[in-house]
Design a binder for this molecule. Structure first.
Ligand code: NAI
Length: 297
């Protein structure tokens, strides 16, 4: 099976460098017409450049088709305008990769409320803005593929990244509900948690691992998740050519004999016991498991 994006229109946010650039180049190489969005800011969100234009030039030099967009994902009107431009040029939008992001790392004790809010605004509100801007188009078309970018920090935590972790797990949560709401319209929504040596992680990787963690090795998982064959409601981890799946699991749990904190303490080991745990496909499904437990199931 060959995965082709011929005839597809894709938007990749934050595609002026790092992972977004790698996604945009490969989407275009496989036939997609690509909107390369990037504000061109430094790692902490300051400054500006024509990074998106440079990636468009690379795509065109390789024989592909792309346009640059310098809008900020934090501005809904700019994202609406970006989608309108793509539709005017190419007639639709089939793929959205929400990838733009910044960091303002500090321990929570030292983090200002402004740095917390800014990071949440760029990652979480920014992705919601872009998704909202394409949502109706995808529903009307009866086709859409949306990828959210989470992070191991969102899924599992990392020291100094409270703002970023909150935003990133928020994105996985956003994807879960949109996967349910989009299903009827063939709009599939997935999440990727990448690990790659980019400027965002340049302080983390020792020099000898930079090549092994090159962004191009995250591309296969990301492109599969926006292809015709994509699943929906999946969280994949990807880095250095290793692809993993992350699940938000639920233990069987315990129906308390009496509703007291002492009963929770006494049965805590049984509550957290992972034997027979499941992955509910919706919040409603979790509620059903509670009823099952009450009925002795
Ligand atoms: P990067 O810093 O190279 O790329 C982020 C891009 O987003 C930059 O080009 C920046 O100009 C752009 N951007 C920032 N604010 C924007 C805005 N308001 N509107 C439009 N564009 C904006 O970093 P990298 O590593 O390529 O990150 C891509 C995504 O992957 C981010 O969401 C990041 O949080 C996520 N990620 C990366 C990991 C890694 O190991 N590199 C780990 C986990 C998640």
């Amino acid at each position: 099976m060959t995965i082709s994006f011929e005839g597809r229109v894709a938007i990749v946010t934050g595609a002026g460098g790092g992972l977004g650039r790698a996604y945009a180049l490969e989407l275009a190489r496989r036939g997609a017409k690509v909107v390369v969005n990037d504000l061109g800011v430094a790692r902490d969100g300051t400054g500006s450049s024509d990074a998106a234009q440079a990636v468009v030039a690379e795509i065109e030099a390789a024989g592909g088709t792309a346009i640059a967009d310098g809008g900020s994902v934090t501005e809904y009107a700019q994202m609406e305008a970006m989608v309108a431009r793509a539709k005017a040029a190419w007639g639709g939008v089939h793929i959205l990769i929400n990838n733009a992001g910044i960091l303002r790392d500090k321990s929570f004790a030292k983090m200002s409320p402004e740095d917390f809010e800014l990071v949440v605004r760029v990652h979480l509100i920014g992705s919601a803005n872009c998704t909202k801007a394409v949502w109706e188009t995808m529903r009307e078309q009866g086709y859409g593929r949306i990828l959210m970018t989470a992070s191991s920090t969102g899924l599992y935590g990392n020291f100094g990244q409270a703002n970023y972790g909150a935003a990133k797990l928020g994105l996985a949560g956003l994807a879960k509900t949109l996967a349910l709401e989009g299903a009827k319209y063939n709009v599939r929504v997935n999440t990727i948690a990448p690990t790659a040596a980019t400027r965002m992680t340049e302080d983390l990787f020792p020099a000898e691992l930079l090549e092994r963690f090159r962004p191009e090795l995250v591309v296969p998982a990301a492109l599969f998740l926006v292809s015709d064959e994509a699943p929906t409601n999946t969280i994949l981890g990807a880095g250095a050519g290793v692809v993993q799946a992350a699940h938000i699991t639920l233990t069987r749990g315990v129906a308390l004999d009496e509703p007291t904190p002492e009963a929770v303490a006494a049965q805590f080991a049984a509550i957290v016991d992972r034997t027979g745990e499941i992955v509910p496909q919706s919040g409603t499904e979790q509620a059903m498991t509670i009823i099952q437990r009450l009925q002795g199931g």
